[in-house]
Ligand binder design. Structure first.
Ligand code: SF4
Length: 177
């Protein structure tokens, strides 16, 4: 069974091995760790708590925590996209935690949301691209919109918690005059 303590220990060891630190805000850290745990229980791997995963391991490989983008992001911005891993100056409060640009290629983001079917890799017909349980959610703090089964644990833009997300209900009725 995956425990929060295990997820935390794994992150701490990884941070130490790379000379990084975990985010200094305890509530925020807890939120991210819970997101990792939930994703690991759901998909079988700890995909990024700030990003949309497809549920297809090969498609999500780059966003399994620690993701492929962590090291360049920590080096350039002082923190990973979720701000789980931070540099010493950020951990000590000398530099604030703030939104950073998404380094993940757009085509991978689109593929995870089922927007652009890949030509070469035929999607699994039971895969996420056909998932009809997905809904639109928006962050009430910054307006970020995402299309997924549940809102993210942490807004990747403003770091607001999951409870600040609200579903967007689309009116699909066509009005005929
Ligand atoms: S952005 Fe941070 S929390 Fe998200 S997968 Fe990468 S390293 Fe992990």
């Amino acid at each position: 069974m995956i425990t929060l303590e295990n997820v935390k220990r794994r992150a701490e060891m990884d941070a130490k091995a790379h000379g990084y630190f975990l985010t200094p805000d305890p509530d925020f850290l807890q939120n991210l760790l819970e997101g990792l745990k939930e994703n690991e229980e759901r998909y079988g791997y700890p995909s990024c708590p700030c990003r949309l995963a497809s549920g297809n391991f090969d498609w999500d490989r780059d966003i399994i925590c620690p993701c492929d983008y962590r090291d360049p992001d920590v080096e350039e911005f002082g923190m990973c996209y979720c701000a789980l891993y931070v540099r010493k100056d950020v951990a000590e409060g000398a530099k604030p935690i703030e939104p950073i640009p998404e380094r993940r290629p757009q085509e991978k983001i689109n593929r995870a949301s089922g927007e652009v079917p890949e030509k070469k890799e035929a999607p699994d017909t039971k895969g996420a691209a056909r998932d009809t349980n997905r809904k639109f959610f928006y962050c009430k703090v910054c307006g970020y919109v995402t299309f997924r089964e549940e809102p993210p644990h942490v807004c990747p833009i403003c770091r607001a918690k999951q409870e600040f997300f609200e579903e967007i209900v689309l009116d699909t009725k066509i009005k005929v005059r």
